[in-house]
Design a protein around this ligand. Structure first.
Ligand SMILES: [Zn+2]
Ligand SMILES: [Zn+2]
Length: 112
């Protein structure tokens, strides 16, 4: 897109300074190219979304391999950190069972 200087009518030249595009005239007039800025912002947003997508994938992997940790008093040693997960019991109409495993002594117990 060609733009002309509003001051003198000359053709504006595009120039980049510190990553920001400006339209510059030989008479000294200059304006920021907002279009480029928006484009840049959009690219940042796209990149962010991409990163967020990756984050979600990483989190899903975490769920598979590592159980979340909750505050639970271990009935064996009294430690108050346990990892927890749920398992569906054999018959589908029964509620799933929540398991806890003490992070300290590795004792596993369950709650219904
Ligand atoms: Zn000019
Ligand atoms: Zn324990």
């Amino acid at each position: 897109m060609v733009q002309f200087c509003p001051e003198c009518g000359s053709l504006l030249r595009k120039r980049k300074m510190e990553g920001i595009a400006y339209l510059i005239c030989k008479c000294g007039y200059q304006e920021k190219l907002e279009v480029d800025k928006e484009e840049k912002q959009r690219k940042i947003e796209e990149k962010k979304k991409e990163l967020e997508k990756n984050l979600i994938i990483v989190n899903e992997d975490d769920k598979v391999s590592v159980h979340p940790t909750v505050e639970r008093i271990c009935p064996k040693c009294g430690h108050n950190e346990a990892e927890t997960w749920q398992e569906q019991t054999r018959s589908a109409d029964e509620p799933s069972t929540t398991f806890f495993r003490c992070l300290k002594c590795k004792k596993t117990w369950r709650e219904y």
